[in-house]
Design a protein around this ligand. Structure first.
Ligand SMILES: Nc1nc2c(ncn2[C@@H]2O[C@H](COP(=O)(O)OP(=O)(O)O)[C@@H](O)[C@H]2O)c(=O)[nH]1
Ligand SMILES: [Mg+2]
Length: 231
């Protein structure tokens, strides 16, 4: 008996599009300049988002994770090596519909880590004066991300830095690093503690450069600032 061929109804062909993350994302990043004085800052009116934290807090790793660019900022076992302000030119994009996207150009500013230079004198500055100069005088600085190690919420040097920054009036975002190293209960406890010790307008963002936890949240926050949607 001749077998009747089963008729197979085909649905629409699958769309082989590359799945992209939701929200704004960085599509280009490149080192642009290093500076220790104001006359070495890049010229123009490009807005800046700066990153600051204790040496070894995980700042370089976070910058590489955020930009999805391995090796952009140097990840180093030698804390305190980077002693200049480094500017990275960034292009980020945001889809506003299936056919329209917006692109933003900004500088990511990598500030030298503090808490490294030790002197015998009691009145040691927590960071070099050129970092303070930059924070106080850059009128293009829209947001400073202060990085706090998730394992060490209570370091006096971070609290000193926070106090100084709060008094300077710069808009702050606390980013809690290395959260993959914490057990869930410890992570919750430390996040709560950091929220108490470092009160800011927006909640601290938990970040892991190992698995990119927090990346979308931080990119969203940066985008809000760049677009000027914050009051
Ligand atoms: N497990 C883990 N390790 C990290 C993370 N971020 C940084 N590290 C490690 O912490 C050390 C210091 O990181 P680095 O990015 O150089 O810190 P920086 O001195 O603040 O720039 C390096 O050994 C990194 O591999 C993270 O999110 N998770
Ligand atoms: Mg570094």
């Amino acid at each position: 008996m001749k077998q009747r061929k089963k008729q197979v109804k085909r649905g629409p062909a699958p769309q082989y599009t590359r799945k992209e993350p939701k929200g704004p994302r960085i599509i280009a990043s490149a080192y642009t300049a290093s500076a220790v004085r104001a006359d070495q800052y890049p010229e123009g009116d490009t807005v800046e988002i700066a990153f600051l934290g204790r040496s070894n807090v995980g700042k370089s790793s976070l910058i590489n994770s955020l930009c999805n660019h391995r090796g952009l900022a140097l990840v180093s076992g030698q804390p305190g090596k980077t002693r200049t302000i480094n500017f990275f030119s960034i292009t980020s994009k945001e889809d506003i519909s299936d056919t329209e996207e917006l692109r933003y150009h900004w500088f990511l500013v990598d500030l030298p880590g503090y808490g490294f230079a030790k002197t015998d004198k009691g009145n040691r500055d927590i960071w070099s004066s050129f970092i303070a100069d930059y924070i106080l005088h850059s009128d293009r600085l829209m947001l400073l991300c202060l990085l706090i190690d998730g394992r060490h919420p209570e370091l006096p040097i971070d609290q000193e830095a926070f106090k100084w920054l709060t008094e300077s009036g710069v808009p702050l975002q606390i980013v809690v690093t290395k959260v993959d190293k914490l057990k869930s209960s410890e992570r919750q406890r430390n996040m709560r503690r950091i929220k108490e010790l470092f009160p800011t307008k927006t909640a601290p963002i938990a970040y892991s450069s190992l698995n990119h936890t927090g990346r979308e949240l931080l990119l969203q926050r940066i985008n809000t600032v760049i677009v000027g949607e914050e009051e």
